[in-house]
Design a protein around this ligand. Sequence first.
Ligand code: SAH
Length: 221
Amino acid sequence: MVVKLDVSGVGMTSQRTRNRLTERLREQGIVNETVLQVMGSTPRHLFVDEALSHRAYEDTALPIGHGQTISQPYIVARMTELLLDGSHPTSVLELGTGSGYQTAILAQLVDQVFTVERISGLLDQAVSRFRKLALHQIRYKYDDGHLGWPEKGLFDAIIVTASPRSIPEALLSQLNIGGRLIIPVGSADDQALTVVHNRPEGLVTEQVEQVRFVPFLGGKS
Ligand code: SAH
């Protein structure tokens, strides 16, 4: 089931511009048609500063203030594809709300998204975007995400959109059996997008590709 986005009154860019982005994602190897459909119909320009909105449909990361960036569409699509893994996750935890773009993509594909952000200014802006798009299936929290959100778990998937040096242990214990953690792990210039599967026989770790995310930091700001 894909949730239909309410885009009335948000000033959508042309279908052609959005199709170009979808085509580029396809060329880069994104194969999940539902993910492509949702990426092609989500107004990314709402998630960046107005001064940068003409670049919103380029396949590039862009600054969102507070030293943070909105992720590159290819990475959002790739992580979403890995998270779905051909299944239908019911409950997903995201750490690092940022602009809220990845959250909005997920909210159209899974039943409930829980998201945590440590910078209040960013979270406030993201929440107003969720309201504007009538994405009511998102629950959010202003906090340091290192401990996950144990009260709301277990989760079918956990996605981390900032990079810790190593996998925070607490997150693994909040995964359902059959669930997975999608996380970029490493240093500033050497990070591997990593998937940890919580299989009945134990944890299985897979490294997918090199990526570059802002650091996963401690505390609130
Ligand atoms: N998916 C977001 C990515 C934003 S960048 C987007 O596409 O816009 C990563 C975000 O993770 C930043 O907003 C940063 O403040 C946040 N972050 C970093 N460490 C965190 C932590 N420990 N807990 C919660 N959020 C964190």
